[in-house]
Design a protein around this ligand. Structure first.
Ligand SMILES: [Zn+2]
Length: 163
């Protein structure tokens, strides 16, 4: 269950996704929140660098491995604008992070990208639990879905954006 006091974290994920888009990256943003509710780290997509593994959820998993104890990681929540891809779901599980809350599911995003004529990704859009069955996952969160749909449309159809 996503509580109303969690919505600001998801709103921040959408803001980070918009920042990514403004920088020429795909619109994805994520926030790592500790057990007490403090934002510990945040990041957005950085694949425009040419490194297609620079997903925010992957960065947060590695950050948490470097900076948090196993207990802190297990008690933390990762909020994210889009459900983790298989690479990020695996990283999340390997470092022992806790719950995931996403705005848009992998299936929803795949449908949107199909409608936009975007070629299929080189990695299958598996759900987090297909990759990491022990992780508690919540979403989608419809309050922010239309904003995310608009950001993805702009990335893939905007005349000033590559991709
Ligand atoms: Zn990913």
């Amino acid at each position: 269950m996503v509580k109303s006091d969690e919505l600001p974290y998801l709103r921040r994920c959408v803001e980070l996704a918009a920042e990514a888009l403004a920088a020429g990256d795909e619109p994805f943003g994520s926030v790592l929140v500790g057990e007490g509710g403090a934002v510990l780290a945040e990041d957005h997509n950085r694949v425009a660098s040419g490194d297609r593994t620079r997903h925010p959820e992957f960065e947060l998993a590695r950050w948490s491995a470097a900076h948090l104890t196993p207990e802190q990681r297990a008690a933390a929540t990762v909020y994210t604008s889009g459900e983790h891809c298989p690479m990020c779901a695996a990283a999340h599980a390997w470092v022992g992070l806790g719950r995931i809350v996403y705005v848009v599911s992998a299936r929803q995003l795949t449908d949107w990208l199909d409608e936009l004529g975007v070629p299929a990704a080189p990695v299958r859009p598996l759900s987090v639990n297909e990759v990491a069955p022990g992780v508690t996952v919540e979403g989608p969160v419809p309050e922010f879905a239309e904003q995310m749909h608009a950001l993805h449309r702009r990335f893939h159809t905007g005349s000033t954006q590559q991709g």
